[in-house]
Design a protein around this ligand. Sequence first.
Ligand code: HEC
Length: 201
Amino acid sequence: MRFIGAFILWIIVFIVAGAVFVWSGVWNVAADQPDSFLVRAVVGATRGYSIERRVHDIQPPSNLNDAAMVKEGAMHYAEMCSGCHLAPGMDDSEIRHGLNPKPPNLTRFAPEPAEAFWIIKHGIKMTGMPAWGPTHDDQKIWTMVAYLQKQPKMSAAEYQQLTANAAQEHEQEDHGATGMNSSMQRPMPAGTNAPASASTH
Ligand code: HEC
């Protein structure tokens, strides 16, 4: 009986301490405030287990090596992702410095396909990584995954060629083959105006 009483008392103490902590405002939510080791460890583990639990049913399509697929993915990537994740020939961007956590440089490694698909589709809460599923169907998301597999080995010249051609083709898909306004639709060349290329979409 005494044990149960002490247990309940401790639970009440924890709840009150937690509430005081929240209401006091001592926790600094500023993005430019580095996180403590404990927060990084807890959030990192939560992220890892949460994604692991959700990806194992996802089967990557067999055509991830397909050149047309990679090309389409490069075009989406240049428009929506390169500002945060960089691209071949791009050293840095302004938005990366202000984000906490900092977006990984996806020119350095190719993320595992099923996991990348899940993350691109659903995003990651409280990190700045948006969910692209509400605006892009699964097939389009797989093209980005296909591109990400090639990106670490791609030169700046190859990337520019791929995204320039891809932008023209995308435009023809959208507006017929007239080529109208092609200069306005084309993403900026990599490296010249990095943050602007990500904010066009
Ligand atoms: C506003 C910045 C921002 C944009 C735009 C953005 N991301 Fe992210 N992304 C992030 C951040 C931040 C993370 C890291 C999240 C974390 O630490 O859990 C991330 C994580 C990822 C990861 C997981 C990488 C790993 O560690 O395995 C992938 C894959 C990814 N993003 C792909 C994309 C793609 C593809 C696009 C474009 C369609 C995109 N992102 C657009 C900020 C962004």
